[in-house]
Design a protein around this ligand. Sequence first.
Ligand SMILES: [Zn+2]
Length: 545
Amino acid sequence: MDPMAFDDLVLALQGRIDRAIRRLRVGAAPERGPRRRLLVVQIDGLARAVLEQALAERRMPFLGRLLHRQGWRLTPTSVGLPTSTPAFQMGVFYGVQPDIPGFHYHDKRRGADIYFPRAGDAAHVETTQASGRRGILLGGSAYACVFTGGAVNNLFSFAVLKRPTGRGLLPVVSAFVVVAWVVVKCITMTALELSRAVLRLIADPVAEAARGWKWLALKLGLSVWVREFFTLAASRDLYAGAPAVYVNYLDYDVVAHAFGPRHRHALQTLRHLDRSIQQLWRVLRRVPGYRYEMYVLSDHGQAKCRPFQTISGGQPLERVFFEEFFRPAGLVEVGPAAPHGRRLAAGIKALRSHRAAGITQRFINYLEHDFPRLMGELPQSKQHGGVRVIGAGPNAFVYFLDHPDPLTIEDIDERFPGLADEIGRRRGIGFVLARSPGGPICLWRGKRYGFDGGAIGPFAGRSDWTLVAAGIRDLMAMRCAGDLVIYGHDSPDGNVSYVAETGAHAGPSPEEMQCFLLCPPGIMLPEPITHPTQLYPQFVAYQDD
Ligand SMILES: [Zn+2]
């Protein structure tokens, strides 16, 4: 039997409850005007090249059908730097050039780290950088996004759940039907996956042990529970005529971090995603009066890499940095994350004090970026003698804290002669970026290069060199980017990440920068799309419609 039939049954039941609620004059029915509505499906972390491979191997048959038979177009996009979800979504949701150099960085003026999964940090960035701007999701819904974009429903509106009085109570009951169904469905799918794992274990115990429980946990947690929940919750929004819905599917990105961007586990998630996209598309076909237009896009790709620890005898970059370059007497460790207990307590406090709209998102963000760390290691930055080092992914930031603004390479050379070049020559380091009065410079294998001429140093031969150079100029113009920005790309040991992962992003490799946007025929797009801010006018126009 078609499992989607059950989903439809549940949604029909839920729709009926919604209608009953409206008859009780609890809320007005959404108007079915000529207004166009927006649905964006983000496949987090999927490079264009990997999408093309998946299409060629028929791993995404539904998207293939849209492209080959329904006249959909695949538009290549380039997403700027850093290749990271917060920077991308700040650009798309608000149209502002972000000051977000990575997933974890330091703000010298504030004297604090920004670490997106931590309570309050995403909200702080959103209020300071997007204040006064109109978000693309006003009155709509955002699932697993870093920022709200003005959405009233962020994953599952805590504002409604917390004060279930009068008007709020009935929608909660209605939503509960969907949630209850997702739970039933996911328990069934979990049981199926578990019994399959047991069967495989009996058939081939050695191979199955190698697959590991980590994979099974990922698959069940994200690929089943979260994806199902998002798909049904978004379907409910679409039936209800929400003005804008943005769903970010994380499965692929998380699995690619753990196993690598072209690993079969990562590619397998795409088949499930394809089915979820098909499910959303079917809902749209049932409510043509709402005039939804659907976009499928990715925010960045991933580069295959190896963890820095594998070439440093198990030492993280932050420790190596101080031991080799500074040899301090006593290393001061300053973690952005409080110990588990305190963090949980802070989370609960945030929930109580009405700042909780994004708490589930923060959990998702945490999963998104930090699955390796969930397995035991907490992110840490190290500070000693007024120098702070943060490993954020395939990128790391070095901050000299004696000055509140970014330093130039001349300033750094004066403070620590030879340091910058020495870092650039170390094993496990690809290249180092710094600022100079004439613009950013790149330190690579003992030489210093500017970005004014043709493709240089580690970027020689790049056909998209102008985009790379523009991305690096943008990145080094960000106030909060480190005084030195280290990348692990193309080191003599291959691509290296400074957190424990085998797929990484934030850097300028073609796999990370070159993405895609799929849309139905008849939609006009800016061309070429070389920065996420170009999508803002496209999407915010639905608010005016
Ligand atoms: Zn990621």
